[in-house]
Design a protein around this ligand. Structure first.
Ligand SMILES: [Zn+2]
Length: 108
């Protein structure tokens, strides 16, 4: 089971690949594929051709590609990459850093 603790807008650190060591914000999570799209990570340049009838200019666009969720680690605002645990806060399950106990906000 892949690590599905990661949500959109989380800060993550890349653990493997050519962008190893980079941190970025999660733009999208693809739970069925087990991949995430991270801002400024694994950016590929795509050639955009101008289409007839459109006023868009051809050129080069940069776009992130998804990376495997197991290659990223959630970043705690206090201590950096950290293991994430859970705690029940009333009826809701909140995520927290196992190192410092800081709860991590879950934006929806
Ligand atoms: Zn922490």
């Amino acid at each position: 089971m892949p690590n599905l603790n990661i949500r959109r807008n989380d800060m993550v650190k890349v653990l493997a690949g050519s962008d190893r060591g980079k941190t970025g914000r999660v733009l999208r999570v693809f739970p069925d594929k087990g991949t995430v799209l991270v801002e400024h990570v694994r950016v590929v340049k795509k050639t955009v051709s101008s289409k007839r009838g459109q006023r868009t200019k051809g050129g080069i666009a940069e776009q992130e590609s998804p990376i495997n969720i197991s290659n990223v680690s959630l970043v705690c605002p206090n201590c950096g990459p950290a293991r994430i645990g859970y705690r029940m806060d009333g009826e809701t399950r909140v995520r927290l850093c196992k190192k410092c106990g800081q709860t991590l906000p879950t934006k929806k």
